[in-house]
Design a protein around this ligand. Structure first.
Ligand code: ZN
Ligand code: ZN
Length: 358
């Protein structure tokens, strides 16, 4: 099957034929019809310790092609979204409903954390190839544990379904679940990539009064206004922000977190959904932390449990409340992955969805 292999960290992908094993007990094979390139796919190898060679990609959707022994939760022919935070269902976070924090998740960061990753089903000429984020969606097919897929209605177009695997839950969830935006809140979102724009949409869904979108690119600010932002600002204007109820930082750099901290009101909330670098430190005045009663929260996967919350996201999309299509520029074949990465990184495109299955 065709896959986009990254042989060395940060280098362009080679789209080539590789081998994939059949699904073993408890696993399923999924033919991938759409997958998105998320910024974190690329930072994985450079900043987060993902070993190579690897097939990256964690935002994908497709059709179940084969099921391994003992799988009864999913059937061949089901349309599914890949879940890069598959819950074990048994650990303490899973039992308390925070299954996106599953303690038994095995991921690309395992090598850095000193844990052993699951054996990979991918190889070429006898050389094993890692599965990025344990999903590997930059390929015609992937094999994952049955709990790493969740069924989605057949009428949801694959490009929309793919974005339901990462950008949508992460961004919308940051507003709804992590920041808990309330009706009438004044909200600002820093960074209008796919996640930030979904946070704008999430704030609108939650009933925010003002939603201010902040991004250096004029196109992205304009796009934010089309998905419900009430105002937009360039980053140089961040100092003008005062007394916000909630600020969602979809960048995660010390400068943006600190600017958000200043601009949020006493008792307000800063939610950081952008993946910061492991070596960067945010400085917050500890007197202010006490005196101003401000809150700062992380937001991993938007605090979304895919098995519980995907139907909610689909319901919002179905009724026009989640305009995911506006965030998709076009589709492209998997062979064009390097051009797609360049177009997204330069800001020329927001999301070009790859179509691995022809
Ligand atoms: Zn992602
Ligand atoms: Zn668990």
């Amino acid at each position: 099957m065709r896959a986009a292999v990254m042989w060395d960290a940060g280098k362009p992908f080679d789209v080539q034929d590789i081998d994939i094993a059949s699904p073993g007990p408890g696993h399923v094979a999924v033919d991938l019809h759409s997958c998105g390139v998320c910024a974190s796919d690329l930072s994985l190898t450079i900043a987060f310790g993902q070993p190579t060679p690897v097939v990256l990609g964690h935002e994908g959707a497709g059709i179940v092609a084969e099921v391994g022994e003992g799988v009864d939760s999913i059937q061949v022919g089901d349309h599914v979204v890949l879940v890069w935070v598959p819950p074990c269902g048994r650990c303490a976070p899973c039992r308390r409903g925070d299954d996106y924090l599953c303690a038994n998740r095995r991921s690309s960061a395992d090598a850095r954390a000193g844990k052993t990753a699951r054996p990979s089903p991918l190889s070429v000429n006898g050389t094993s190839i890692h599965q990025g984020m344990a999903t590997s969606t930059f390929a015609e097919r992937t094999v994952v544990p049955a709990n790493a897929v969740v069924r989605i209605d057949d009428d949801v177009p694959f490009p929309v379904a793919a974005m339901m695997g990462c950008a949508v839950p992460t961004g919308v969830g940051a507003a709804l679940r992590s920041a808990r935006v309330q009706p009438g809140d004044n909200v600002a979102v820093i960074g209008c990539g796919a996640v930030g724009l979904n946070s704008v949409i999430g704030a609108v869904v939650a009933g925010a009064a003002r939603v201010i979108a902040i991004d250096p690119m004029e196109d992205r600010r304009a796009l934010a206004l089309t998905v419900g932002a009430t105002e937009s600002l360039a980053p140089e204007q961040l100092d003008e922000l005062r007394d916000m109820d909630v600020i969602i930082d979809a960048v995660g750099a010390p400068a943006t977190v600190e600017a958000a901290w200043k601009a949020v009101r006493r008792g307000g909330t800063v939610t950081v959904v952008g993946a910061g670098r492991p070596d960067k430190v945010v400085e917050i005045n500890s007197y202010e932390l006490f005196h101003d009663d401000k809150k700062i929260t992380g937001s991993f996967h938007g605090g979304i449990s895919m098995h519980r919350d995907l139907p909610i996201l689909v319901g919002l999309w179905r009724n026009g409340r989640l305009p995911v299509e506006k965030l998709i520029n076009k589709t492209a074949d998997l062979s064009e992955i390097n051009e797609v990465v360049t177009a997204q990184q330069s800001g020329e495109a927001l999301r070009i969805v790859l179509t691995p299955q022809l």
